[in-house]
Ligand binder design. Structure first.
Ligand code: CU1
Ligand code: CU1
Length: 261
């Protein structure tokens, strides 16, 4: 067990331990297996067991925990930090941590441990048609997109009940459910704001993915704490729900265990 910390409060030593464990997972090929798992879910489109539906939150909670355990097998002191977009990012984008924004027409990341220059971060798993072997970002560069989530938007999402609502998929109104609000209004903004590699089904190629999702998971935990009377939805047996998204459905690709809570 570990306490997940706000990334802005990490010491230089804690940042280094996290980065080194991530680089070690990359060297062994384990990191790319995580990217493949995410990409495979995403590529299922309408049958995606991980996105655009109720299981978005439990699927990523399990995924994060698996990744965190892999980091801890390398360095037991390391935990996943979370990126609270509503406060000063501190050292997040500095060369000792995530590195900075992308540069040029390709949005190539040129600084930090995950840059091409550092030589340790080739994108081996990519979406179809994506030939770029390097990490890319384009901070705030998606025209027409909103910026990072504000505290007001986060608080608005946290106040929503129930957990989810019919039709239990990408069509669920952001006004009708916590999950839909959090996934579509808050979570998507983070991916869109970082841009580049974070816009793809292979988005875990950008290590900031884990910090972004760690905050999404933290907000779900906060919502669960604040609304103890609310349960996961939909219940078993609900018709016309993509498999993996009802309570007690196995979550693919992890088969029998676990199921949504
Ligand atoms: Cu995802
Ligand atoms: Cu995501």
């Amino acid at each position: 067990m570990c306490i997940r910390k706000n990334q802005a409060t990490l010491s230089a030593n804690e940042i280094d331990a996290f980065v080194q464990a991530v680089l070690q997972l990359k060297r062994t090929g384990t990191y790319d297996k995580f990217v493949s798992e995410h990409r495979a879910a995403f590529m299922e489109g309408l049958n995606d067991p991980a996105h655009r539906g109720p299981a978005f939150l439990p699927w990523h909670r399990e995924y994060l925990r698996r990744f965190e355990r892999a980091l801890q097998a390398i360095d037991p002191k390391v935990g996943l930090p979370y990126w609270d977009w509503t406060v000063d990012p501190g050292a997040l984008w500095q060369p000792n941590f995530m590195g900075g924004d992308g540069i040029g027409p390709d949005g190539k990341v040129m600084t930090g441990p995950f840059s091409t220059e550092a030589g340790r971060w080739t994108l081996n798993v990519r979406d179809d048609g994506d030939n770029n072997l390097f990490l890319s970002r384009r901070f705030g560069g998606m025209s027409g997109m909103s910026g990072l989530p504000t505290s007001q938007q986060v608080n608005d999402a946290l106040a929503r009940v129930p957990y989810d609502a019919a039709p239990w998929n990408r069509e669920t109104s952001t006004d009708a459910s916590f999950r839909s609000r959090l996934e579509r209004s808050i979570h998507n903004s983070g991916h869109n704001w970082v841009g580049g590699s974070m816009m793809t089904g292979s988005s875990p190629n950008d290590p900031v993915f884990w910090l972004h999702h760690c905050n999404i998971d933290r907000l779900w935990a906060e919502w669960q704490h604040n609304h103890p009377e609310q349960t996961y939805l939909p219940p078993a047996g609900t018709p016309n729900v993509v498999s993996g998204h009802r309570i007690d459905d196995p979550m693919r690709p992890w088969d029998t265990e676990p199921t949504p809570p």
